[in-house]
Design a protein around this ligand. Structure first.
Ligand code: BEZ
Length: 217
């Protein structure tokens, strides 16, 4: 296959804006995400098994995302009629109501804008992408999964809490960090900061450049 040049938003970029038709009405994305954390996720197709587990998985965790002040928005290259029928079908079969907006991206405008089309995987279906966008509209974390492997809800929740905790406390998170565990003290940038880390007896330290601390509850 001839390799095409595809533009993809990157971590640190401003989330590209677009207008879209969704299951909850027409939206302008920049208005939808304003002053809120947002997770936008694509799925390959309505009425398919892995997608149904994932999308209903987001719906089941509604109260978690509300608690963490995070809006949800889904997307696939399907029509609004297909989305509505699928949402109703999942509700009738499982009792799970996927009432967050799902973008009907039939013309692939948003999928292309966000690099969700990976032609080696599929030229007609979006891969399983997840974009974490902060209240200033900056893309902070991106995940891409192929068509045949579902995402991990625990990891989606973990990284959302990690991003929010990092912003609030100006710290970083080590390998396999879980909420409640110690966090990484930012490495010192000058001798004074280095001496402060060395002198701190409360930090768990490997050395001055790798120190962990407990956050106050
Ligand atoms: C699924 O969600 O099950 C699926 C969708 C597209 C391709 C393969 C699997």
């Amino acid at each position: 296959m001839e390799r095409q040049l595809i533009t993809m938003p990157r971590i640190g970029d401003q989330a590209p804006d677009f207008d879209a038709v969704t299951t909850t009405g027409n939206i302008k994305f920049s208005n939808y995400i304003k002053n809120s954390w947002t997770i936008m996720f694509s799925h390959p197709a309505d009425f398919t098994p892995v997608c149904t587990t994932e999308m209903s998985g987001f719906a089941k965790e509604k109260s978690f995302f509300k608690k963490h002040k995070t809006k949800l928005i889904g997307l696939s290259i399907d029509s609004i009629h297909s989305h509505l029928a699928w949402v109703d079908n999942v509700r009738n079969n499982t009792g799970v109501y996927m009432d967050f907006p799902i973008i009907a991206d039939l013309d692939m405008k948003v999928s292309k804008l966000y690099g969700m089309l990976h032609p080696g995987e599929s030229t007609t279906a979006a891969v399983r992408a997840v974009f974490f966008i902060d209240p200033k509209g900056t893309i902070r974390l991106i995940m891409y999964y192929p068509l045949n492997v579902g995402r991990n809800m625990a990891e989606i929740q973990r990284v959302l809490i990690a991003l929010q905790t990092s912003d609030k406390n100006k710290v970083a998170m080590p390998l396999n960090w879980e909420p409640g565990e110690k966090v990484i003290v930012p490495p010192p940038k000058n001798l004074k900061e280095m001496d402060a880390v060395i002198a701190n007896t409360e930090y768990e330290k490997v050395d001055f450049y790798l120190a962990k601390k407990k956050l106050q509850d």
